[in-house]
Design a protein around this ligand. Structure first.
Ligand SMILES: CC(C)(COP(=O)(O)OP(=O)(O)OC[C@H]1O[C@@H](n2cnc3c(N)ncnc32)[C@H](O)[C@@H]1OP(=O)(O)O)[C@@H](O)C(=O)NCCC(=O)NCCS
Length: 173
């Protein structure tokens, strides 16, 4: 991790490439705009075997879901999408660009998601689904106190047919 402080969403070329200490990143600092959709789409395509399409992303934004992300060297490197459902925030997507994975960006982004869910959406809890085969995501969510509360059978497409989803939840302060 860099000791130079947070990479802000308005970071410019020359800012540090590694995910920084997260403590001072305020929730609203990681909001992104419709102008970022093309970059989101490029990362989405690179990160998943079954990515959201550009149309899925546009629909999600139009539905009022809360897009947020992190930049380094002026470019988007990670993003996440929250859907408010009553007093719960559903984390629909959380993705770090493949070349940036394993450098702390996932932690930084999830911290931003948790803060936005509480501060912006007034949520009392966060819910998400994850593939049992996604060990990196499982490690990340466990590190942030998510607990498994269920399993959705054959929820995701997979190369061998379908894959279950594990459902996780944690409370928000
Ligand atoms: C899952 C993902 C968001 C994690 O982000 P990341 O930036 O790579 O993760 P970080 O470097 O911040 O690591 C945070 C924690 O995640 C876990 N983790 C990350 N990579 C891991 C790996 N390869 N294996 C096991 N655990 C891993 C660890 O608990 C790690 O904490 P640690 O460094 O203290 O051990 C990222 O790998 C990603 O975007 N993957 C593709 C998209 C995806 O699967 N999204 C989640 C859908 S539910």
């Amino acid at each position: 991790m860099s000791a130079d402080g947070p990479v802000r969403p308005d970071a410019r070329p020359g800012d540090r490439a590694l995910a920084p200490d997260t403590q001072r990143l305020q929730a609203d600092e990681c909001l992104i705009t419709p102008d970022d959709l093309a970059s989101v789409s490029v990362i989405e395509e690179a990160a998943y075997e079954f990515p959201w399409t550009p149309g899925n992303l546009r629909d999600s934004l139009a539905a009022g879901h809360l897009f947020h992300g992190l930049r380094a060297e002026g470019g988007l490197v990670a993003y996440a999408i929250l859907m408010p459902v009553l007093d719960e925030a559903h984390l629909l997507n959380l993705t770090v660009a493949p070349q940036r994975q394993g450098q702390g960006w996932g932690r930084l982004l999830l911290e931003c998601s948790l803060r936005l869910a509480a501060v912006r959406l007034g949520a009392r809890s966060m819910l998400l689904e994850v593939r049992p085969s996604n060990l990196a995501a499982l490690g990340l969510y466990a590190a942030y106190g998510f607990r498994q509360i269920g399993r959705r059978s054959r929820y995701y497409p997979s190369l061998s047919g379908r894959e279950d989803a594990l459902v996780f939840r944690r409370g928000l302060p």
